[in-house]
Design a protein around this ligand. Structure first.
Ligand code: ADP
Length: 480
């Protein structure tokens, strides 16, 4: 057997702290750093959204290529101990907004080209020798934005192994059928890929299918979600394909960056604490209540929510349960951005219940940390949840999670550290909240819950070791 120190081309469309729309950014950063610490040689590859994180020209030009009319420069830069390759193509990536959408939240109409070129460039990098040479053992693709690399890598000789990780099956990168023709001309796609057992999905071009069909191994981010995506209910029309590939599907639960999310050293919070001093949280709570215009009452339980405001996250269940939440004496503070209707309802709730409900709209990393440090409870009533990170951050911060038992939430929260419910309804959420508040009013029980969560190890080490074993499987796979 060869060395177990792998060269990994790690593809992502988001990377904390530079550009983040959700958990993928945190995972890309935390996992790739954990792999570096374990001695692997990692290149994180991402589009260069230069307008989203003002990066100057100090980076080293590794290599360049041309894909149809687009010139792609590969710039090498460092992020802490990570080596990052940014694919610079201003016409495609230097735009305001998020990686996927304009500042109003509308998807860019040419996302097929933007992420098609990204995938094609990744495949080119995987088989190309830049200076100094970097021939990967494994190409690790994450979610639909990088998935189109898989068929290009798969058709090349002497190729690296391909791992495709599903962080959320609900986002598939679907485009009208004409998009396949457009990209065929641009990227040199094989016409045979336009088939239901390849990239076609009911007449549409599906980027995620490129990963699901052509990768050597698939993984997802919790055992619970790995089971659920094989069902019609949560398979998003892909359960049949996933069942077909079930032997190649693995589950590895996400870790957290336990330096960045550490209440004992968190630079965003005023009063730092640890499992031996969880009562210090209360001082953070009073500060936050003032900051958000809530009644500054230390004995009122504060429930927080930090989330993309989309149906997946069950924000409507919280809104429906609001009268009950308030009648139980609790306060609610929500940080998030997303669907206009949820934002409108949250604004209205704040206006109707000043002092009891707060809503901060937007992405705000510092406030997310302050909410974790100040909250008594975290609400996460997701309809589905591949892994979920906030419940992990919460447990680390002694903020007790109240979660729906789905996907990774069911795998990571149990009766020793939080409260769970099954039915996706306001009533079931309220019943769990009622049980949580009974515990809140019994300080020894509450301390026990807090300390159990705070003392758990959520660091990336164990998960990175599991990815390493999976890379080992890929390395030893028979030549195709
Ligand atoms: P998802 O990836 O589905 O959005 P996760 O729980 O896996 O859900 O990860 C979400 C990540 O994004 C967490 O790190 C969370 O703190 C962060 N986040 C979500 N919304 C906001 C926000 N409005 N401001 C700051 N951070 C946010």
């Amino acid at each position: 057997m060869e060395t177990d120190r792998f060269r990994i081309l790690f593809a992502t469309s988001e990377l904390t702290p530079w550009v983040k729309s959700g958990g993928l950014a945190d995972v890309a950063y935390g996992l790739s750093r954990a792999l570096v610490r374990r001695g692997h040689d990692v290149r994180v590859v991402m589009p260069h959204y230069e307008s989203l994180f003002g990066y100057g020209g100090a980076d080293r030009l590794v290599t360049s290529t041309r894909i149809d009319g687009f010139r792609i420069d590969v710039l090498e830069t460092k992020l802490d101990d990570l080596v990052v390759w940014l694919l610079r193509c201003p016409g495609l990536y230097a735009r305001p907004g998020s990686p996927y959408a304009d500042p109003t939240g509308a998807d860019w109409p040419d996302n097929d080209v933007r992420f098609g070129v990204f995938g094609r460039s990744l495949a080119w990098l995987a088989g190309h020798a830049p200076t100094p040479p970097f021939a990967p053992d494994v190409v690790h693709l994450n979610d639909w934005p990088s998935a189109l690399a898989a068929p290009f890598v798969a058709r090349s000789p002497d190729r690296p192994g391909i791992l495709f990780t599903i962080h959320n099956l609900g986002y598939q990168g679907l485009f009208g059928g004409e998009s396949f023709r457009r990209l065929s001309a641009l990227l040199d796609m094989d016409p045979a890929w336009w088939a239901p057992d390849a990239l076609e999905f009911h007449g549409q071009l599906s980027f995620i299918k490129a990963g699901l069909v052509f990768a050597d191994r698939l993984s997802t981010v919790s055992p619970g979600y790995a089971r659920e995506i094989l069902t019609d209910e949560l398979g998003f029309g892909l359960a049949g394909l996933l069942q077909h590939r079930a032997e190649d599907l693995r589950a590895i639960v996400n870790g957290i960056d336990s330096e960045h999310w550490d209440p004992a050293h968190d630079r965003f919070i005023a009063h730092r604490y640890d499992a031996d001093r969880p009562e210090v949280k209360e001082r953070n709570k009073t500060l936050l209540q003032r900051e958000l215009g809530l009644e500054a009452a230390s004995d009122r339980p504060l429930a927080v929510m930090i989330s993309r405001l989309v149906p997946q996250k069950g924000i409507d269940l919280v809104l429906d349960a609001l009268p009950g939440i308030l009648s139980l004496g609790a306060q609610l503070a929500v940080l998030g951005t997303g669907d206009a209707d949820y934002e409108r309802r949250l604004h209205a709730a704040r206006t109707a219940h000043p002092g009891s409900v707060a809503f901060a709209r937007g992405m705000n990393e510092a406030l997310a940390h302050r909410l974790e440090a100040a909250g008594d409870l975290l609400l996460m009533p997701s309809r589905y949840e591949p892994c979920g990170l906030n419940q992990l951050y919460s447990m680390r911060y002694g903020t007790i999670p109240v979660v729906r038992r789905t996907g990774g939430l069911g795998d990571t929260v149990n009766a020793a550290t939080g409260f769970t419910f099954d039915e996706p309804s306001a009533g079931a959420l309220l019943a769990a909240l009622r049980a949580a508040l009974a515990a809140y009013r019994d300080p020894p029980t509450w301390r026990g819950l807090q300390q159990a969560g705070m003392r758990r190890d959520f660091s990336w080490d164990a998960s990175a070791a599991a990815y390493e074993r999976l890379y080992g499987e890929l390395h030893e796979r028979p030549a195709s």
